[in-house]
Design a protein around this ligand. Structure first.
Ligand code: GLA
Length: 413
């Protein structure tokens, strides 16, 4: 099992390496360095585009963005993960739907067009009147890519922080998250909700972020699992996860169709009517698939509230039961699980987890489980054994540490 990227030492070492890479690539030091984390969602899945509440926490894996101004009129972006690629564009040429590489220097490989997340942020900042100067940028993405842990939100949110500082734009956390989401929706073309960017920007260490996507209210909920002898174990199934292939957008459209049928703007409004009335309304949806999609959303929104109560009262058994109920609903009604995710969840429960569920969009990616600390190693081993028996690629495991959202990093070295 991989150790968490531990504390200051590893992070500080990584920052020094990033500054050195910047100097080697661009012949001068960066003037700003920001980082932003990936996230694990504890519960509240596929509800952020339905006006629901979500309960993610930021994890210890972060993406780093270093930048300095340049006089050549363009933005040049490099990545420590893709050292052979240089992507360059003139700011005025950045348009949604356009190439991420308007000057045609070199198309980015892998990372799903990684540079377009940074270009999208520059474009979105321009739309809200921020005058972004020409820049040289280096990205160091240390959030596993394709694991459902929001590596893209981490990149966007670190980029927003760094570029706002370069542009001397004073923009608060929730607005920075919204700009990052706008970049992903309109520039990159993924119709995600706001959960990942809010977690990556606004989460506090040792807390989960309860974010209500209906009224944008957020509350920091203390996450004292390790104090109570529990840990959140994350299993990356290694099975590809991607949102651009249409399934995520199809789920979103189904929810919008169900809301329209029920005469509301968001399915959240059905959850607010209470269990009896919402059950009656849901059973009136004639189309079976739409009914099951809407049932997941409504029941999940109710589960988030119960999970917050469980966390506040230290009822870990109840939290675990809610996590597994969420997984079953995502598997059976929302149909976003996969055989690897289900295998991991069942292996974790057999190994004594109080609860386990897919986290993030699903269709591959990661599982989060709640376990007594003493069972973490053996449970991770049980998942590895069950994957080997099924002939799946070996999963990766780590204990998730609730970490701080986007921040300015100290530049030295
Ligand atoms: C992805 C999206 C989020 C959210 C989750 C599912 O992570 O980016 O906005 O919809 O899927 O809960």
């Amino acid at each position: 099992m991989s150790a968490p990227e531990s504390g200051l030492t590893a992070a500080a070492k990584g920052n020094i390496e990033l500054v050195e890479t910047f100097r080697a690539e661009f012949d001068r030091s960066p003037s700003v360095l920001w980082s932003a984390p990936g996230r694990v969602n504890l519960i509240g899945e596929h509800v952020d585009y339905n006006g629901g509440r979500v309960l993610p926490f930021a994890i210890q894996h972060r993406c780093y963005v270093a930048a300095a101004g340049t006089s050549d009129g363009t933005v040049t972006i490099r990545s420590r993960q893709f050292p052979d690629e240089t992507v360059r564009a003139a700011i005025a040429d950045l348009k949604p739907g356009g190439s991420a590489d308007p000057l045609g220097t070199r198309q980015p490989q892998g990372f799903g067009g990684w540079a377009s997340y940074v270009f999208g942020v520059i474009w979105a900042l321009g739309q809200v009147g921020v005058n972004v100067p020409p820049l040289d940028v280096i990205v160091d993405g240390r959030v596993p890519v394709g694991a459902g842990l929001s590596s893209s939100a981490a990149l966007e949110c670190a980029a927003v922080g760094a570029i706002c500082e370069m542009a001397e734009a004073d923009i608060d956390g929730p607005q920075r998250a919204a700009i990052a989401q706008w970049a992903e929706n309109d520039f990159v073309g993924v119709p995600c909700g706001l959960m990942d960017q809010m977690a990556s920007t606004c989460a506090h260490a040792d807390h989960a972020l309860l974010f209500d996507t209906y009224d944008q209210h957020s509350e920091q909920i203390p996450l004292a699992a390790s104090v109570a002898g529990y840990e959140f174990l994350v299993i990356d199934t290694g099975a590809a996860h991607g949102l651009v292939d249409g399934e995520y957008a199809r789920r979103r459209t189904a929810c919008e169709d169900a809301a329209r049928l029920l005469g509301v703007r968001f399915l959240r409004e059905i959850a607010d009517r209470g269990p009896d009335e919402s059950d009656a309304l849901l059973s009136g949806i004639g189309d079976t698939v739409l009914r099951r999609r809407a049932s997941h959303v409504v029941s999940e929104i109710i589960r988030v509230d119960s999970a917050v109560d469980a966390l506040k009262s230290g009822d870990w058994g109840r939290l675990g039961a809610l996590m597994y109920a969420s997984h079953r609903s995502l598997r059976d009604d929302f149909e976003v699980s996969s055989v690897q995710l289900d295998t991991a969840v069942e292996a974790l429960l057999s190994a004594g987890a109080l609860g386990a569920r897919l986290t993030g969009a699903g269709f591959g990616g990661s599982v989060v489980a709640l376990l007594e600390a003493s069972r973490v190693e053996s449970a991770a081993g049980a998942v590895t054994a069950s994957f080997a028996a099924a002939g799946f690629v070996a999963p990766a495991a780590c204990v998730a540490v609730a970490s701080q959202g986007a921040r300015r990093e100290i530049l030295d070295g």
